[in-house]
Design a protein. Sequence first.
Length: 261
Amino acid sequence: MSFVTCEVQDRVAVVTINRPEALNALNPDVLADLKAAFEGIDQDEVRCVVLTGAGEKSFVAGADIGSMSTMTKAEGQEFGKLGNDIFLFIETFPLPVIAAVNGFALGGGNELAMSCDIRLAAENAVFGQPEVGLGITPGFGGTQRLARLVSPGMAKQLVYAATNIDAAEALRIGLVNAVHPADELMAAALKLAGRIAKQAPIAVRNCKRAINEGLDLPIEQAVELEERLFGDCFETHDQQEGMGCFLSKDKPKPKPQFTNN
Ligand code: CAA
């Protein structure tokens, strides 16, 4: 039985971490199932992914503390690599990934949400990196992505003092894009995913690469990367159809499948 489910409807895949009895905490089996769920997504059919947690209380309450409690230094490092590799896989997944944060996003949960492209939060969501209270550092990218997403000073304050914040504060510091009443969160995530799914797929993928990869480059190299990805869109069906229809005032006819020509 898998700890992660994946359902596809209207070109949107909803990936759900399903271990509600432990608030969806991430042990090695859950992490493996999460990777398998993403690997199983048909990238020709699907245009956007929504990632969420099962139950009404938690997105992911962190890495599994029971699994970590007896680890040696070497095992701890290996566990960090396991999580980091999977979160990097999600971060660089060709399709956009929206985190629908439906409750606790603590430790590895906040780190997982930060590996996604966009974070939408329920009003009851709680964010934080409580690791120093457990005698460890954040281990699945928290020290790196939080500092990049908010600011180094705010990340240090939250991490050093193990401070949890509510959804409104997460919105204020730019950790999430929007906050919704809990019972409207999935509808909002699916609406945004549906809108993304309607856009030209090669262009959307290239935008994800341009933004993600460009952020780590000096601006001269970043704009060169953009030029290459911009050029890559030309001569595609989507570009010809999209621009042709604009000029003829027609509605674009999408190709039934993702294709690069
Ligand atoms: N690991 C393992 N089990 C967890 C868990 C975790 N991170 N978080 C919650 N659970 C389990 C609890 O042990 C409990 O199980 P039992 O019913 O078998 O006792 C069940 O989920 C429900 O949790 P609570 O009874 O504690 O629920 P609550 O509503 O009273 O509290 C909570 C919720 C505040 C989130 C609390 O569960 C909590 O503090 N959890 C731990 C949060 C945390 O410290 N996360 C960081 C982990 S370290 C990490 O993630 C390292 C990294 O960067 C890789």
